[in-house]
Design a protein around this ligand. Structure first.
Ligand code: NDP
Length: 283
């Protein structure tokens, strides 16, 4: 299985699992979805997608609780990522938010704790709280999300960038602006990119003629092509969300799909790479 090395030398799989919108269904429908979502996460784990991404924001804690249920009794070998809201990211607020997340997840240490996006709290304060949590063993490492190059440069003024394990940003063929500057910047800093919404949230990307044509050549699905495309380069981890076990297993199999130069050129024609700086896209 293709893996990505974090700055501290830890290896994680290049494909993980997202959990946004999980545990958010209506009552009756939600119960059915919940079982299917837990089954999806477990099937993903069984097929090597051992990195799971959640956030205190998702479902106001419900996604973290669902992850907790899915991983109960099988914590070993998993890499759990969650995020603090910017509004909680003060010196003391971060520590309290982390305690709540640990409880919902049912674990005693978060493998990677991210600042979800930049807010009003000075970065130095959030980093200080992250380091306090790391020293206390509540988190193993920290990182950021939705940071552009100028944000990372500001971060470098208050922290050693080597201490920032990843920057999680939007990345798929429809949104590839980071290839112009952020991706090279992070490559130089040896900080992996964690690509969110890698299959375009299951929308029009999966119906694009280019992806359909490449998928047909490989007897694969457009989602698998999008995932193989995201992790084609070193230092990128993609975290697709799957609400069914079938989707999770299909996504895991994308790691065996290798795109040819011809495939990549066809995708480039449909979704041209950036030629100039683009503002960081976010969802
Ligand atoms: P994704 O690009 O992962 O798309 C998820 C959608 O694709 C779902 O509707 C899912 O349907 C569908 N899907 C999954 N697998 C397949 C498949 N094999 N074939 C067809 N459709 C499929 O979007 P997300 O926005 O969820 O991004 C992934 C994760 O990234 C999030 O869940 C979250 O953890 C993280 N994220 C982080 C953000 C941040 O600000 N840091 C912002 C947005 C996302 P179904 O559920 O039916 O399987």
């Amino acid at each position: 299985m293709k893996r990505v090395t974090l700055p501290d030398g830890t290896d994680v799989p290049a494909l993980g699992q997202g959990t946004w919108m999980m545990a958010e269904g209506m009552m009756a429908e939600g119960r059915g979805n919940r079982a299917a979502e837990i089954a999806a996460l477990r099937a993903g784990i069984d097929h090597g997608l051992t990195l799971i991404d959640t956030a205190e924001m998702y479902g106001d804690g419900a996604s973290e609780s669902l992850v907790g249920e899915a991983i109960a009794g099988r914590r070993d070998g998993l890499f759990i990522v969650t995020k603090v809201l910017p509004s909680n990211a003060s010196r003391t607020g971060t520590v309290k938010a982390c305690e709540r997340s640990l409880k919902r997840l049912g674990i005693d240490r978060i493998d990677l704790y991210l600042l979800h996006w930049r807010g009003g709290v000075p970065l130095a304060e959030t980093v200080e709280a992250f380091e306090t949590l790391r020293a206390a063993g509540k988190i193993a490492r920290w990182g950021v999300s939705n940071f552009d190059v100028d944000d990372l440069e500001e971060l470098a003024e208050v922290a050693d960038l080597q201490g920032c394990a990843v920057n999680q940003v939007l990345y798929n063929p429809e949104h590839r602006g980071i290839e112009y500057d952020l991706l090279p910047f992070q490559h130089t800093a040896r900080m992996p990119v964690m690509a969110y919404s890698p299959i375009g949230q299951g929308g029009g990307l999966l119906r694009s003629p280019a992806l359909l044509a490449v998928a047909k050549r490989h007897d694969a699905s457009p989602a698998q092509v999008a995932l193989a495309w995201a992790v084609r380069q070193q230092g990128v981890i993609a975290i697709p969300k799957a609400g069914t076990a079938a989707h999770a297993v299909e996504n895991a199999a994308a790691l065996r799909l290798s795109l040819t130069a011809g495939d990549l050129a066809e995708i480039d024609r449909a979704f041209p790479p950036p030629r100039r700086k683009q503002p960081l896209a976010m969802i």
